[in-house]
Design a protein around this ligand. Sequence first.
Ligand code: PLP
Length: 380
Amino acid sequence: MIYLDNAATTWPKPEGVSQAVKDCIDMLGANPGRGGHRLSVQAGEVLAKARRSLADLFGIRDPQNLFFYANATQAINQALKGLLQPGDHVVISPWEHNAMARPLETLKKECGIRVTVVPPSPQGTVDPLAVEEALTPDTRLIAMTHGSNVTGAVLPIEEIGAIAAKHGVLLLVDAAQTAGVLPIDVETMNIDLLAFPGHKGLFGPQGTGGLYVHPDVKLEPWIQGGTGSRSESLDHPSARPDGFESGTPNTPGIAGLEAGVRFVTQTGLDTIHRKEMALNDRLRSGLQEMDGVRVYGPEDSSLPVTSFNLEGVDSLTVAGILDQHFEIAVRAGFHCAALAHRSLGTDKTGTVRVSPGYFNCEKEIDDLLAALREIREVLL
Ligand SMILES: Cc1ncc(COP(=O)(O)O)c(C=O)c1O
């Protein structure tokens, strides 16, 4: 099987990841922070180590401001639902994943939040000036994806961060497609809240992700319950990170995530990015040489994500044939990103999305291109 769906979840994982998960299950089976015995303390150290590695990667000064969740979606929900109050105004991009757009839609309908979607820029990203123009005296939050999971477009988060800081507005960044792929520094980019998955560019197992929250941001825990601290009290603690991590965490998954982050830092973001982009560029040039293929998104996209359609063939049909006849896994349809497809004009058709990863090779891209040529010949 040729796996080219790394934007959904990376696979395979680096060697050390499954070993770290297994070691944690076999040797540190206890519940972190839920007892004074040594196994519980050691399990707590697994979480602390991963928090430190992630904090180093994202330029976070105090790792206690980073909370673990099961994925980016939970982290985004915690950020939005723990922050926004009736009457607040939020500015978002036209490239948001449903993980951002859907909770905001609910907050709009049920809690009197107002949302402005800035228009796409001609380059297929967003113009920071359009973000600034969308701000109102009630704007509490700019909430944007760092990179589109449909086109691979990268948004100018650093410029948007400067605008947010200038106007005293908070910035929430969805780093689902960029964590472990592009450099992120929450301080220099003025990011107040950073949501990230562990299972994509950070090479962790599924069921991992997290949220960074600047120490000055007042956030309510979206989920309450046992935290292992202040257990005698019925009031939910607000201490970080405990107050934001109710319930038993995914300790084995987080051990694997730490191994994934270590792989990223040891290999180097640059090395990983260069290899993935070389594969992506090979794919894009191959597609552009084919007749009857429409490729979407910016020419100079700097994420290894490419969307296209074979004219006259439904995207799901293409992906189905690739899977059934060629054993090539790509994603088709709408990629959980309704807004992005409205912006691209593909809200009726969807797209075929190919996302090469670090462990793919040139031959796999060439095999995909050959398969697409064959599909075109047979179907058109
Ligand atoms: C841009 C973007 N945001 C959010 C998500 C949701 O991530 P998760 O599956 O970790 O919840 C994804 C997943 O594909 C994504 O691409």
